[in-house]
Design a protein around this ligand. Structure first.
Ligand SMILES: Cc1ncc(C[n+]2csc(CCOP(=O)(O)OP(=O)(O)O)c2C)c(N)n1
Ligand SMILES: [Mg+2]
Length: 376
């Protein structure tokens, strides 16, 4: 089938103030970390160390890295199931991320969520959601929550911005339209970011979505301003997103972003990619966000040796994450119902707290029972 995915559109990036080399370097390292992490996940999946679904983020790294860099740590983030990149970009320890993939107690959700459910309360990452579009109303709800807290409870000015990511496949879900309507109606500080990689599983956007060539039309219907950003250029993503975030923060009006990107691998781990051509893949591989940033940084003294050193560092970091995840105990069946339903004493009783929040990594510590002996 011929390609129907629009080529990335140049963002306002070139007009933006130059980004400090050290900052851009840190993004290069973060993108390399995500790429390495995803490659090791694919390998571990084939080795059957990871079960269930697994969707890797190769090719889309500049989106999560550029967007998270453009906002503050207190700004909430919510995303769909292709979420490892967002978790790592947001600052989750790769050990906790990998342990979650492996179904181990050391995972961010104690191994009960797996690949699609990366949560990091400490870093204000509210998932990781498997139902297409389900996270968009959650993002709008988070924006409602921060605005309510800032303005009504604390009597100040709304100060936080929520980033709600979705795939282009979610544009056709009712949840997207209901959430956009409320965001527009209630003046909520949320940026709805469509990671437009051109395909929902194997369905090209032009085959499944009206106005697929210009999805900003959907935002217009709800009175929401929008932007098209080249999601393969991390500097451009950062610059454009920073401007949008500043404006949303100041005006307390929502925004929509058509973030043009491409996933280099299949939809999930078993996808022969027959719905697109090799020529199309090669065209986008030339736009590799890592290669593009590497080239931009060459003029600023980051040479091949620096790049190789960074690659070695992230390789060691991911190898360590795998080893750590393997040492973490398999989540025991006694844990299955904990934190799933509301518990009398709160969601994290005693030592059932995940490692990343300061909990313990031993199985023995995860066997605490309800003090009144109730069935949890
Ligand atoms: C409500 C719902 N319907 C169908 C599915 C099955 N499904 C999983 S991913 C997907 C395609 C989503 O594509 P897109 O939103 O573009 O995300 P991408 O995989 O490209 O990142 C579908 C249909 C689902 N998880 N939830
Ligand atoms: Mg898609």
């Amino acid at each position: 089938m011929t390609s129907t995915h629009n080529a990335p559109t140049t963002a306002t990036g070139s007009e933006l103030p130059p980004v400090a080399t050290e900052l851009a370097r840190s993004w290069l390292r973060r993108m390399l970390l995500i790429r390495e992490f995803e490659n090791r996940c694919a390998q571990a999946y084939q080795d059957r160390k990871i079960g269930g679904f697994c969707h890797v983020y190769n090719g889309q790294e500049a989106v999560a890295v550029g967007c998270t860099a453009a906002v503050g740590a207190a700004d909430p983030i919510v995303t769909a199931y292709r979420d490892h990149g967002h978790a790592l970009a947001r600052g989750m320890d790769p050990r906790h991320c990998m342990a979650e993939m492996f179904g181990r107690v050391g995972g961010c959700a104690k191994g009960k969520g797996g690949s699609m459910h990366m949560f990091d309360r400490a870093n204000n990452l509210f998932g990781g959601h498997g139902i297409v579009g389900a996270q968009i109303p959650l993002g709008v709800g988070l924006a409602f929550g921060t605005k309510y807290e800032d303005e009504v409870i604390n009597g100040g000015k709304s100060s936080r911005v929520t980033l709600a990511f979705l795939g282009d496949g979610a544009l056709n879900q009712g949840a997207f339209h209901e959430a956009m309507n409320l965001a527009g109606l209630f003046d909520l500080p949320v940026i709805v970011i469509c990671e437009n990689n051109g395909y929902s599983m194997g369905t090209a956007i032009s085959r499944g979505t009206t106005m697929g060539h210009d999805i900003s039309a959907k935002a217009l219907a709800y009175g929401i301003e929008s932007a098209v950003i080249d999601g393969m250029d991390v500097i451009g993503v950062y610059g454009a997103m920073k401007q949008i975030a500043d404006s949303v923060r100041a005006s307390c009006r929502p925004a929509f972003v058509d973030m043009r990107t491409y996933r280099f691998k299949g939809h999930s781990m078993s996808d022969p990619r027959k719905y697109r051509t090799r020529e199309e893949e090669e065209r986008f591989e030339k736009e590799d966000p890592i290669g593009r940033l590497k080239s931009s940084l060459e003029a600023h003294g980051v040479n091949d040796d620096d790049f190789k050193a960074m690659q070695r560092e992230v390789r060691a970091q991911v190898r360590d994450a795998v080893a750590w995840a393997e040492r973490s105990p398999v989540t025991p069946s006694a844990e299955l119902y904990r934190d799933v339903f509301i518990e009398r004493w709160g969601p994290y009783t005693g030592s059932s707290q995940p490692e990343m929040l300061g909990g313990s990594e031993t199985v023995a510590d995860f066997t605490a029972v309800d003090p009144e002996g109730d069935l949890l």
